[in-house]
Each structure stands twice: as structure tokens, then as C-alpha cells.
Write a protein of this length. Structure first.
Length: 173
């Protein structure tokens, strides 16, 4: 705040600075497989625990582990560091990259392709894996091709959905 000389009625004129906008961050969300407690499994392994030690851990959905990174490159590097554990303890690794979309996640493979400039960010929105959210947990994904808006999730009644952009190779998955 800065106080100026005076306003029209002689009272001090007050100028407020706009608070700085928080920097856009890239988010990573690891989705645990089956009955595996992904947080417990990762934090009980020394190498994974060290790789995650600099991050604040979150859980946006039941049996997930999420972190915020400074960039898409940092997110992909973290996933590469955790690869041995991801193969064993997760069903999916998702990346929310604000330069691509503020609401739709990228699969790990698609995030890597965008980072390595094999896919243009503007060409990532055709193939989708849409998860339902039921009781705070991600449930069976629906594979759909975007032909306008996001297709409706119709596998069961759910509270909300999470849209994940995937590569064409992952689409049939």
C-alpha cells in the first residue's frame, strides 16, 4: 500500500498494489493401483522418499499422491526418477500443465511427448481418458475421442469427472 498526498476532500489518497499472482505450477498426481497404498509404498522406499522430499505432498483423490513442480520438465524428470516404483505401485501418472490446459491432465506419455517437442501442445486434446470420481476415488476410465466438447462419462453415475489427455497409442488402453 502507498499513501499519496490527498484525495478530493483532503483525505489521504490510498493506492493498493495488486498482489503478485502465484506462478503457474505444474502438478503431478500418482494414482495408486488397486488396494496398494501409493503414499505408504513410495515413502517407505528410500530412493522414492528422497525424490519426493523437496515437495509438499497432497492427496487430491483417495489413494493418490500429488506434488507441485516448477515446470513440465521438472514433472517429467520426477516421474522418470520414480519410474521403478510407478510401474509397481500406480495405475497412472498424471500431469496438469497450465501452458497446455488449466483443467485437463496429461498422461505421463503425453506430458513427455510435449516436453520433448514431439507433440505440439495445441494437438493434445483429441484422445481422452475420462475418470469418474466416486466417494473421492477415481473410478474406471472411459476412453473417448473429442469431437467438440468433452464427451459425457456414462459408465456409472458419478459426482464429477477428471479428464486426462492421452496419446493415440494409449487411447485403446
Amino acid at each position: 500500500m502507498r499513501v499519496g498526498r490527498s484525495g478530493p476532500a483532503g483525505e489521504p489518497e490510498i493506492h493498493f498494489r495488486r498482489p503478485p499472482q502465484p506462478p503457474a505450477v505444474t502438478r503431478v498426481c500418482l494414482v495408486g493401483s488397486g488396494d496398494t497404498d501409493v503414499r505408504r509404498e513410495l515413502l517407505s522406499r528410500e530412493t522414492a522418499r528422497e525424490a519426493l522430499s523437496t515437495y509438499e505432498l497432497g492427496e487430491p483423490f483417495e489413494n493418490t499422491l500429488a506434488v507441485e513442480t516448477v515446470s513440465l520438465g521438472a514433472a517429467v524428470a520426477l516421474l522418470n526418477d520414480l519410474n521403478w516404483y510407478l510401474v509397481r505401485f500406480t495405475d497412472a501418472a498424471l500431469v496438469l500443465e497450465p501452458s497446455v490446459s488449466d483443467e485437463e491432465w496429461l498422461s505421463r506419455d503425453l506430458a513427455s511427448a510435449v516436453r520433448n517437442e514431439r507433440v505440439d501442445p495445441s494437438e493434445t486434446d483429441e484422445f481422452l481418458r475420462i475418470y469418474g470420481v466416486e466417494d473421492g476415488r477415481l473410478v474406471e476410465p472411459l476412453h473417448a475421442r473429442r469431437t467438440g466438447g468433452v464427451p459425457e462419462y456414462d459408465l456409472r453415475g458419478v459426482e464429477e469427472t477428471v479428464v486426462v489427455r492421452v496419446t493415440e497409442d494409449e487411447f485403446g488402453g
